[in-house]
Design a protein around this ligand. Structure first.
Ligand code: ACM
Length: 677
């Protein structure tokens, strides 16, 4: 019904807004080659024809006939003439020639022809124009794998939502939908041999993930009046796969192991090291029953999903319970495994062999490299690109989805105007500017780069419309990096095209980020700040963390202010109090001392309780120069910035600043600059 309404709307739009001309230079991802020619092709309002010659299984014809540009099949020369000259599905290239009298598509596969149609659909701007500029586009992708990830565990999404995103992905020539089907927050896939996974582990008594996480993190029966969650039946999955396949998108299922498995252990506690639910989230690797469980589940998954790739998670196991579990210790002794990393690797190797015996290939997050990488595994590199490059050097394929650029749950604009998020700051330009293959990588290693993927973890994303807001337009950037050769990329032009395509998506009923009104990075960070302490020597009475050094010993007086996130290498962090002395080099007038601190409660970053300022002539005997107190609530989920300062009107050589951190163990304190004037 919804599609029918959209189709009606778009047909109306063709009639009323036909004055715009669809341009090939607006397409995202940018095609390899566009040759312009004279004139326009005009789509009729209600009767366009298409003809397909060459091998095809009928799917392309039905897809085209379903499009909202009034296309019907014909046996003769048509408005859109498609010639498929082969059946090599992995050949995604195409040529699209638009002349005043007709449109001609040639491709070596239905996939290529499908992508030509997507270019055409973008040129019609979702129905906003029926005039298309004449040109010839010759196009093919840079990488074979171009993915988007959907975390349907933290918040379950309907199959209709997934199908809607499949349409947007197709328009962007993305070809892989990664479904994160299992995690602590809920199991989402019918498994006939383990019914408790969906009767119980798919439901929780809290709707918002944050409420559930902050409570006792329990599950409930499906018929509990509080039950929130859901799962896909096998029939649902077959429908999603059929819809995706018709749009040349492969659906990769992910079954998490051995960590992130709290929901499995709640339903089947015998698979945990202590045999009890609600303790660890790690499966017991010493227990053969774990392998029986995983192999039975994977057998059903492999029967259901035709995907060559089966994702097995592999990330963030705590490995704690394995250290004291008798069965895990025995497994380590029997197999000659020297540590728990090797124990994890033992599981990954065994599962890889099992999946391979079924003719499939595993993908795992980069932690699967710990303790030794399984030979056929594909590594999904999320903690930067180095793990992926390492895997490639070992002859394994890698997919790059570095969290700093490709985690779409990070805020995309100034936190004060954005929905509360997990933190970070990843604007469109940062996602776009990521290059997965550094120049230094030789061709024999580069050949193992499978592609790129954007991940949207959904802890903070309860609503479908919020999810779309986080995907678009950053998914455009990932699509362009995956498809377009790097020398053809240009952010200014990409941003212009993104505004056009965002209009199109909104017309089609998607909720998107408002790129036209992007605020941008924190103003203070945009140019260096000059002040009396700039360039002065900093003595650390307590050290900063090696994990967040920013510019190291000079960071607090280099004039460089931090951006919206503590993780941008401009904020210096510590897990202790901060205590520094600045040597101004000589006696100087001092009227003002101040420093900005940042709070991001979700990331355990808090405001200092107080900041005490001191001055001294000799660097040994200090006089108090004021105290600034915290007035920011520690419960506020928004990212907050606060200047702690004092006015003093004095003359001195040394300034000391002591920030007393929030008392919670494991919490952080961050500042970017100590400003003295
Ligand atoms: C991950 O973000 N833990 C893969």
């Amino acid at each position: 019904m919804k599609q029918f309404i959209i189709a009606l709307f778009i047909t109306t739009a063709i009639i009323t807004r036909g004055e715009n001309i669809g341009l090939p230079e607006d397409i995202i991802p940018t095609p390899a080659l566009i040759e312009f020619s004279a004139g326009n092709f005009t789509l009729s309002e209600n009767n366009n024809t298409f003809h397909i010659a060459g091998s095809n299984d009928g799917q392309l014809g039905s897809y085209i006939a379903s499009l909202p540009i009034a296309l019907t099949a014909t046996d003769t020369e048509a408005d859109i003439n498609i010639s498929i000259n082969g059946n090599a599905d992995d050949d995604e290239s195409y040529t699209l020639s638009i002349t005043p009298s007709g449109i001609y598509i040639t491709a070596n596969s239905e996939t290529g022809a499908f992508y030509a149609i997507q270019s055409l659909l973008q040129m019609t701007r979702g129905g906003a124009t029926n005039q298309i500029k004449c040109c010839t586009i010759t196009d093919c992708p840079r990488f074979a794998y171009r993915g988007l990830h959907f975390d349907v565990s933290r918040h379950f999404r309907s199959k209709e939502f997934l199908m809607k995103q499949i349409d947007a992905m197709a328009l962007l020539k993305l070809n892989t939908m990664h479904l994160h089907l299992t995690d602590a927050a809920g199991w989402r896939l019918q498994i006939d041999s383990y019914p408790r996974l969906t009767e119980f582990a798919a439901w929780r008594p809290w709707q918002k993930w944050t409420d559930w996480w902050d409570s006792d993190r329990t599950y409930c029966e499906q018929n509990d009046p509080r039950a929130y969650g859901g799962f896909y039946s096998k029939e649902d999955i077959r429908e999603i796969i059929a819809y995706a396949t018709a749009r040349h998108i492969n659906v990769v299922p992910e079954i998490e192991m051995p960590g992130h498995s709290e929901e499995v252990l709640a339903a089947y506690p015998q698979l945990s090291c202590n045999g009890k639910p609600y303790g660890s989230g790690d499966l017991c690797i010493g227990n053969e029953a774990t392998f029986t469980f995983l192999e039975n589940v994977l057998t059903e998954v492999i029967e259901l999903f035709p995907s060559q790739y089966i994702h097995i998670g592999g990330d963030e196991a705590t490995k704690d319970s394995w250290k004291t579990c008798q069965l895990c210790q025995k497994r380590m002794a029997d197999e000659g495994l020297v540590n728990v990393d090797e124990l994890q690797s033992y599981l990954i190797h065994r599962i890889e062999q099992f999946v391979e015996s079924k003719g499939r290939t595993i993908i795992g997050f980069d932690e699967i490299m710990q303790g030794g990488l399984a030979p056929g595994a594909v590594v999904m590199s999320w903690r930067g690109i180095e793990p992926g490059l390492d895997a490639m050097r070992q002859g394994n394929y890698a997919i790059m989805n570095p969290n700093a650029c490709y985690y779409l749950d990070y805020t995309q604009d100034a936190p004060f105007k954005e929905p509360v998020s997990i933190g970070g700051y990843t604007p469109l330009e940062k996602t776009y500017s990521f290059e997965p293959l550094p120049d230094s990588i030789p061709a024999e290693t580069a050949q193992y780069m499978l592609g790129v993927q954007g991940n949207l973890w959904a802890e903070y994303i309860t609503d479908d419309s919020h999810a779309e807001y986080m995907y678009y337009p950053r998914a455009f950037a990932i699509a362009e990096t995956g498809w377009t050769q790097p020398e053809k990329k240009n952010y200014t032009d990409f941003r212009r095209r993104s505004l056009v395509l965002l209009d199109q998506l909104r017309t089609m009923g998607y909720n998107t980020f408002d790129l036209a009104n992007e605020y941008g990075d924190r103003k203070e960070s945009q140019q260096p700040l000059d002040h009396a302490g700039r360039g002065c020597h900093v003595i650390y009475n307590l050290p900063y963390s090696r994990q967040y050094p920013a510019a190291g010993d000079s960071a607090l007086t280099d004039g460089i202010r931090g951006g919206w996130t503590y993780g941008d290498n401009r904020w210096q962090g510590t897990m202790r109090d901060m205590d520094v002395t600045i040597d101004l080099g000589s006696q100087r007038p001092i009227n003002y001392i101040g420093a900005t601190f940042l709070q991001s409660v979700g990331a355990w970053v808090y405001m200092p309780r107080r900041v005490d300022f001191y001055i001294s002539d000799d660097g040994e005997n200090f006089t108090p120069a004021g105290t600034a107190w915290c007035d920011v609530p520690d419960t506020s989920a928004e990212i907050r910035y606060k200047v702690y300062s004092t006015l003093c009107h004095t003359v001195a050589r040394y300034v000391r600043l002591r920030a007393t951190k929030y008392p919670k163990a494991g919490s952080w304190l961050f500042t970017d600059e100590i400003v003295i004037n």
